[in-house]
Write a protein that binds this ligand. Structure first.
Ligand SMILES: NC(=O)c1ccc[n+]([C@@H]2O[C@H](COP(=O)([O-])OP(=O)(O)OC[C@H]3O[C@@H](n4cnc5c(N)ncnc54)[C@H](OP(=O)(O)O)[C@@H]3O)[C@@H](O)[C@H]2O)c1
Length: 226
């Protein structure tokens, strides 16, 4: 299996590289040129394509011949980086490729998520401050996901809860809607978010799903997961 990782140099990206290599996949990592050094520890076990993830030519080069594409969607900047990234991947990935995108719980596919007020308040404050300071624009990540949801490609959008570092607890559990009891703990190890992304490449039951995930050893998962 040949897998492209779009946004490979970030924390989630590097965990995904590791999981892919563990499975014997061939990996092509796309990242901003100035960040390529962050992938140096993988040496010649991966191919690095330097370039912005919203650059259609760089994305086309990275995804050529791939069976799967893992894309990190981030709201950083105010110039539509996430939307440009999603558009480039949707336009250039091979039609049969499995596409898996990352985002947060704040993205809702069908408007049926029920968010705790604390979550909504934090999101509102972060969204406003980040936009005013021109650091990030959450609306960009929302638009990126809208484009993915409207696409005929074989996509999944994995919605991460609050993340923490630490040793793996195994594959996270998931549910369709935030507010479902199994998700209440709102915590996932970042290494396991990456594991879920990589596992989704070969899980056809997740095609056209936007799973919201939570760590499998969190209290809510232990109580409510079957
Ligand atoms: N952090 C959380 O608690 C949390 C919670 C839920 C979901 N998520 C989701 O998890 C995924 C990974 O997030 P993360 O927080 O763990 O971060 P991360 O994996 O470290 O990834 C950050 C990414 O953003 C890129 N980036 C940073 N600054 C940028 C800029 N100014 N312009 C363009 N790209 C920039 C980085 O590229 P370089 O390597 O080139 O800097 C890297 O690819 C995202 O999809 C996020 O929505 C995160």
């Amino acid at each position: 299996m040949r897998v492209a990782i779009v946004g490979a140099s970030g924390k989630l990206g590097r965990y995904m590289v590791g999981h892919c290599l563990d499975r014997g996949y061939e990996v092509v990592g796309l990242c901003r040129g100035e960040s390529a050094g962050k992938l140096a520890s993988f040496g010649d076990r991966i191919t690095v394509v330097p370039g912005r993830t919203d650059d259609p030519q760089a994305v086309a080069r990275a995804v050529r011949g791939c069976d799967g594409v893992l894309t990190v969607l981030v709201p950083w900047g105010v110039r539509g980086y996430a939307t440009g990234t999603a558009r480039a991947v949707l336009d250039h990935a091979p039609p049969a490729a499995r596409l898996v995108f990352s985002c947060g719980w704040h993205i809702s596919r069908d408007g049926r998520d029920r968010y705790p007020w604390t979550f909504r308040a934090q999101l509102a404050v972060f969204g406003l401050v980040a936009r005013l300071l021109r650091i990030a624009d959450l609306r960009d990540q929302e638009e990126a996901c809208r484009r993915v949801f409207a696409s005929d490609a074989r996509w999944s959008v994995v919605r991460g809860s609050d993340l923490e570092e630490g040793a793996s607890d195994g594959l996270p559990v998931w549910s369709r809607h935030v507010g479902d009891p199994v998700l209440a703990s709102n915590r996932t190890k970042r290494i396991d978010f990456a594991l879920f992304m990589v596992s989704a490449l070969t899980d056809d039951s997740l095609v056209h799903e936007a799973p919201a995930i939570v760590g499998r050893r969190t209290p809510s998962a232990l109580e409510h997961a079957h």
